[in-house]
Design a protein around this ligand. Structure first.
Ligand code: NAD
Length: 500
């Protein structure tokens, strides 16, 4: 409310406001969640052989949403058999032109049902509706459109090569972008003539199951995509299955290493998209207001549950104090709360386990001597929440500077010269992404050349496009998703007959 003032004194400089946003809740009515779900195998929902189920909850309310089937090794075997049959009899023989028609249909259906997918994603995963509505779902549709375009043009993608699909691919995805990671995996696989067995993460299965219903609606031939829900044991059964021709995994570095060992022993093609600890580097000559927005977006987008999150801020020493003040000021305006409120900037932490991991690492940061700052925002009484957090006084050796926190926590370090920034940025086991803020084009190019990161943004952050390959170096994995490089992971290429 405006303070009481004399009308004669009315001017913008002496009126103070304490305005509250009214809630702007997205309605849940567009979504219907079944009491329980089967496994999607051979185009139908089927019960798991041993009848095992687990519960998926809403992380913002702790409400039980549905009972989800837990696929055993026997169920995974059924799914792989269905995928093999579909590959041999239908999908592997279908022309690219016809495969494209299905991919276009899927893309258009995702657009038509965008609100339903976005609301369900926010309910099951905790991310703000603004993000699921404006980022996850549109990008998922864009991936299907993009790959639909390639399906009948593969001979232009790989000229002078004989092109064959790999066959049956096993795909395992994490919980931070459930529908988007599904699209990153399924779209290139189908475009190139492969069939799929996909395992979603255990805390966020609902949009994958809604996607299975969408596949029934577009009449995708049975068995072309199979979705087996469950936890790590289900993923492991898929990895170990003898009749899978290629594996694609997005998740933690520790599980990625286990999968790499298993795939290497069998000479199985594998792509790994793993963790990150990206450096976000701000020089004194940067446009500082834009850089503040970029850094905030880089770490607090999706509660920091982002593999390429800019979780280490490297700021030039000459501007460090004033830049940190600006950051804290901006942090105080972030709205933490109900993911379905369109005003929300930071939603719920995906699970109580993840909240525990974030809390433990933040406690380690305090114990190691870093200085913590959190704005005093009110948090909802139920659900899993963590305040946006910034650590200053951080040393390179601190756990918060080295380990992936995968939460809304920014560690700030300083540098004096570009060489020191590069040395600090590269002093990590990871190599997924980096951000550079400076007005000097030459500095951007020099830095980009020096940084060990698969994706480097300059004067922006978190920009994604299906045509642009994404992936890491070092312990962030190998292989690329998106673009021609992403397509190439799903085909076997050989010289055409007669070529030398
Ligand atoms: P996670 O490795 O625990 O789980 C990922 C998936 O693997 C889940 O579906 C899980 O059920 C399954 N899984 C677990 N154990 C398995 C096993 N032994 N064999 C086979 N599958 C198994 O990771 P998470 O906690 O779900 O996801 C967070 C991680 O994912 C972070 O490290 C993040 O950086 C990474 N990530 C990377 C990218 C990228 O593109 N590089 C994108 C998103 C997330």
């Amino acid at each position: 409310m405006a303070d009481e003032i004399e009308p004669a004194n009315l001017s913008l400089t002496n009126v103070t406001f304490d305005l509250e946003y009214a809630p702007a809740l997205e309605s849940k009515s567009i979504v219907s969640i079944d009491k329980e779900y089967g496994l999607f195998i051979g185009g139908k929902f089927v019960e798991p052989k041993d009848g095992k189920k687990f519960v998926t909850v809403s992380p913002s309310t702790e409400e039980k949403l549905s009972q989800i089937s837990s696929a055993s090794a026997a169920d995974v075997d059924r799914a792989v058999k269905a995928a093999r049959k579909a590959h041999t009899e239908i999908w592997g023989r279908m022309s690219g032109r016809d495969r494209a028609k299905y991919l276009f249909r899927i893309a258009r259906q995702l657009q038509e049902r965008a609100r339903e997918f976005a609301v369900l994603e926010s309910i099951d995963g905790g991310k703000p509706i603004r993000e699921s509505r404006d980022v996850d779902v549109p990008l998922a549709a864009a991936h299907f459109f993009y790959h639909a375009g390639w399906a009948d043009k593969l001979e232009y993608a790989f000229p002078d090569r004989r092109i064959a699909p790999k066959g049956v691919v096993g795909q395992i995805i994490p919980w931070n972008f459930p529908l988007l990671m599904l699209a990153w995996k399924i779209a290139p696989a189908l475009a190139t003539g492969n069939t799929v067995v996909l395992k979603p993460a255990e805390t966020t299965p609902l949009t994958a199951l809604l996607f299975a219903q969408l596949l029934q609606d577009v009449d995708l031939p049975p068995g072309v995509v199979n979705i087996v829900t469950g936890a790590g044991a289900t993923g492991s059964a898929l990895v170990e299955h003898k009749d899978v021709d290629k594996l694609a995994f997005t998740g933690s570095t520790s599980v990625g290493k286990q999968i790499q060992r298993s795939a290497a022993a069998r000479g199985l093609p594998l792509t790994l998209e793993l963790g990150g600890k990206a450096a976000h580097i701000v020089f004194e000559d940067a446009a500082l207001d834009q850089a503040v927005e970029g850094v905030i977006n880089g770490i607090y987008f999706n509660q920091g549950h982002v593999c390429c999150a800019g979780s280490r801020l490297l700021v030039q020493e000459s501007i460090a104090d004033s830049f940190i003040d600006r950051l804290k000021n901006r942090m105080s305006t972030l709205r933490v709360g109900d993911p379905l409120d369109k005003n929300t900037d930071v939603g719920a932490i995906n699970s109580s386990e993840q909240l525990g991991r974030i809390t433990a690492l933040v406690e380690a940061g305090v114990a190691e001597g870093a200085e913590i700052y959190q704005p005093s925002c009110a948090l909802p009484a139920k659900g899993y929440w963590f305040r946006p957090t910034i650590f200053t006084n951080v040393q390179q050796s601190h756990r918060i500077a080295r380990e992936e926190i995968f939460g809304p926590v920014l560690s700030v370090l300083t540098f004096r010269t570009p060489e020191e920034a590069v040395a600090k940025a590269n002093d990590t086991q990871y190599g997924l992404s980096a951000g550079i803020w400076t007005e000097k084009g030459s500095k951007i190019l020099w830095m980009a050349d020096q940084l060990d990161a698969g994706v480097i943004w300059a004067n922006t952050f978190n920009q994604f496009d299906p045509a642009s390959p994404f992936g890491g170096y070092k312990e962030s994995g190998f292989g690329r998703e998106g673009g021609l490089q992403g397509l190439s992971a799903y085909v076997s290429l050989s010289s055409p007959r007669g070529a030398s």
